[in-house]
Design a protein around this ligand. Structure first.
Ligand code: NAI
Length: 239
């Protein structure tokens, strides 16, 4: 459960222009299920903004996102409601507010540990910066990778890690190293003062409670895909 101790009231004048004020009235408990859905809202709203859409009804958003309109209203009501009956949602405002809730209004500096296949692929993904995630460094133990640059960021050796974290305001470390070394490296990162780990190694890291860990397992997503293929085939008499 995550707590937000603010609520938003939004008013519209007869031209449909809104003004909003933020007031601290109560603490609400937001379920992790809602938090998990917010990035998807954020992505869709970003696309709407890019295509010049200024406002959208929950019904139209529902059709695009293939989520029921009542689910959308329920989710967004958690934050005091950003919409207005008969007007819909102001796309830019909602996008900005969800961005704030997701902590995207400030940059997050990150480093990648492990410059192998996955580490290099992530380092090459330029769109992280669009979402406020700024790649500051890449580290590895393999000396043959030393000095190689990815999008202008050089690969450094692990003996520079601790000083680099302390001196460059690094908040997040991405772990793309073999699982047998991940636990020890995570310990080193914690000692150096990292706040969060985006963990791709298939192992539980056993870090103190104040360290935020988000683990990613692409194979789990693939297994869900496989399940849905099987279910579809059962229902439609396929293979
Ligand atoms: P890779 O072998 O291409 O790269 C691993 C890199 O880590 C190498 O460059 C190696 O020199 C470096 N390394 C090894 N020990 C290190 C240490 N103590 N400190 C710093 N660097 C170190 O492997 P690949 O394919 O890039 O996979 C990396 C990790 O990501 C593996 O644990 C793999 O199982 C995992 N993985 C996870 C996925 C997921 O969905 N969670 C998907 C694909 C890979």
């Amino acid at each position: 459960m995550v707590k937000f101790d603010f609520t938003l009231t939004i008013h519209y004048n007869k031209n449909g222009i809104f003004f909003g004020k933020v007031i601290r009235v109560e603490s609400r408990e937001i379920s992790q299920a809602v938090i998990r859905r917010l990035p998807r809202y954020y992505r869709y709203l970003g696309e709407l903004l890019e295509s010049g859409v200024e406002r959208i009804s929950s019904n139209d958003l529902s059709k695009r996102m293939k989520v029921t309109a009542s689910q959308i209203r329920q989710d967004l009501n958690n934050f005091g409601g950003f919409g207005q009956q008969g007007y819909g949602y102001n796309v830019k405002y909602l996008y900005t507010e969800i961005g704030k809730i997701l902590g995207l209004e400030n940059d997050h500096n990150f480093i990648i540990i492990g410059a192998g296949n996955l580490g290099q692929a992530l380092a090459n993904y330029g769109s992280f910066e669009k979402r406020s995630f700024v790649l500051k460094g890449i580290f590895d133990v393999n000396p043959t990778l030393k000095g190689m640059t990815i999008r202008g960021v050089p690969v450094r050796m692990m003996d520079e890690l601790k000083d680099y974290i302390r001196e460059n305001d690094i908040e997040i470390a991405v772990l793309t190293i073999p699982k047998n070394v991940a636990v020890d490296v995570a310990k080193e990162l914690v000692e150096a003062g990292i706040q969060a780990i985006w963990n791709f190694a298939h192992v539980d890291l056993n870090v103190p409670d104040h360290i935020i860990v988000e683990s990613v397992h692409l194979s789990e997503s693939l297994m869900r895909l496989s399940y849905n293929i099987s279910r579809y085939n059962e229902e439609h008499g396929g293979n």
